[in-house]
Design a protein around this ligand. Structure first.
Ligand code: NI
Length: 173
């Protein structure tokens, strides 16, 4: 059974927590991954970190295939970046936890990652293009870092203020 879970939104303090490594590769982890795919495709988004559905574990789902193509779901458990390119790339980023806000972020153009699959097996993968951007964005989430942290302080504070106001408006209703 896949369940679409609610996505937490800025300024929810959970988004600033550092997630814990997964140590048991059991049915519970597979169920978490399944729910994350359901939630990510429903949103829709190209990446999701477990903390975005309130689970403080180092689990990421990604699908950067173009919409018209077949789905290409990828799950990364305990992902870490083990090498980065000197070359940098600027991509426009957004985040399901910061809806309707987009900004250009500069990151390494390519990264090599190490991760476990849902069965606990070790893998390494070279990522470039949109996948490189997406996986760096999601690994940031596992460390309590948001893409707006890569912007100027002025821009970041403006966004945070806007979302604090919106959250206050919603709770006043
Ligand atoms: Ni995000």
């Amino acid at each position: 059974m896949m369940t679409i879970r609610p996505i937490i939104i800025l300024p929810d303090p959970l988004l600033r927590l550092v997630s814990k490594p997964v140590t048991a590769f059991d049915a519970r982890v597979q169920a978490l991954v399944d729910d994350m795919f359901a939630t990510m495709y429903d949103a829709p988004g190209i990446g999701l970190a477990a903390i975005q559905i309130g689970v403080t574990e180092r689990v990421v789902t990604v699908d950067v295939s173009p919409k018209e193509d077949e789905k290409h779901p990828m799950a990364f458990i305990n992902p870490e970046i083990i090498a980065v390119s000197d070359e940098l790339n600027i991509h426009q980023e957004g985040c399901l936890s910061i809806p309707d806000y987009y900004a250009e972020v500069e990151r390494p153009a390519a990264v090599r990652i190490r991760y476990h699959d849902a069965n606990g097996h070790d893998h390494e993968m070279d990522c470039e293009g949109l996948l490189a951007t997406c996986i760096q964005h999601e690994i940031d989430h596992l460390n309590g870092v948001l893409f707006i942290d890569h912007l100027s302080r002025l821009k970041r504070e403006r966004v945070i203020k806007k979302f604090i106001k919106a959250a206050k408006r919603d709770s006043d209703d």
